[in-house]
Design a protein around this ligand. Structure first.
Ligand SMILES: [Fe+2]
Length: 308
């Protein structure tokens, strides 16, 4: 090569200083390869985030049946040992796999009554016929002598209410019901969602509760815990938070999705003399992942004192 040493020194200068010198441009500029930096994003996604997503998805699909005990010395003797199946936040249109997994979990389980606390689907309206049939398949696996009751969530609409009411579930929409158990009149109140659809009717239904009978409140979120306690509710059952869905540790969720009662975002809790249970939910919404927060259906067992 002619002038090899000149070519080599010029070339090494460009390479070692990461300079670029484009055709017909005499000025040398620092070689910033934008593509190299942009290409890092999909690389990170493929290398780290996608495997993490797969782990999160596996967690989200590993639904568990949890037995939880509520000990309340004021519990009427007639309600001793009452087993309540509590299901919340199915979001079935995103998670039709729940039909099979919940059916399996319910095999050979015993419970007296079943309560749903909202968010049957993620889409608010225009559901497919198969979404309703999937819900009916779950309902038909629930065998309990005292019936199946439900309330609406913030994802549920009048359309959802009207279509699901055709199945073996009774919706309590700002109403109160007496259910006789061993001759005892259990008071059950069901309210419309209070996260997006709080109304005077919600408050009036609670204010009207003058009963001294043991009262269970069904409402989608824990956000009216204090109003409920003031109105003689003994047990508050809710969901909505999905337990945070993604928690940094068992106790620290990234999001709670509630404006009030934030410390009641998950599991069993007590406010003054009122017991509560916020279900971590069966399904998922927005992102089909969970971390440090199992999807669940629960059987809540009522007792007057600790079982020895
Ligand atoms: Fe919700």
């Amino acid at each position: 090569m002619k002038n090899f040493s000149k070519w080599k020194s010029n070339r090494l200068n460009l390479e070692q200083n990461e300079l670029k010198c484009s055709a017909l441009e005499s000025n040398k500029q620092k070689n910033i390869d934008l593509f190299k930096y942009v290409a890092i994003i999909p690389k990170i996604i493929i290398k780290f985030l996608y495997p993490l997503y797969l782990i999160g998805k596996k967690n989200a699909h590993n639904i568990i049946l949890k037995e939880k005990h509520i000990i309340d010395s004021n519990l009427p003797t007639s309600l001793e040992g009452l087993r309540i199946l509590h299901i919340s936040d199915l979001h079935l249109d995103e998670r039709e796999d729940l039909v099979e997994s919940i059916s399996k979990l319910l095999e050979e389980q015993e419970y007296d009554i079943c309560f749903f606390t909202g968010d049957y689907f993620s889409k608010v309206r225009n559901h497919k016929e198969e979404d309703y049939q999937n819900f009916n398949s779950i309902i038909s696996k629930i065998k309990c002598k005292l019936g199946i009751y439900g309330v609406l969530g913030n994802h549920d609409s009048v359309e959802t209410f009207e279509n699901l009411s055709k199945f073996k579930i009774k919706f309590l929409n700002n109403e109160c019901l007496k259910i006789t158990i061993n001759s005892y009149p259990l008071n059950v109140i069901g309210l419309d969602d209070v996260h997006y659809f709080y109304s005077d009717q919600v408050k009036a239904t609670l204010d009207e509760n003058k009963s001294d009978d043991f009262t269970i409140l069904l409402v989608h979120s824990p956000e009216i815990y204090d109003l409920a306690q003031k109105n003689k509710v003994n047990l508050y059952l809710c969901g909505h938070t999905h337990g945070g869905q993604v928690r940094l540790t068992q106790k620290f969720p990234v999001f709670r999705r509630i404006k009030r009662g934030r410390k009641y975002f998950s599991g069993l809790w007590i406010f003054k003399n009122m017991h509560g249970h916020t279900s971590d939910g069966a399904g998922t919404s927005t992102l089909d992942i969970r971390f440090n927060c199992d999807p669940e259906i629960s059987i809540i067992i009522l007792n007057k004192s600790k079982i020895k």
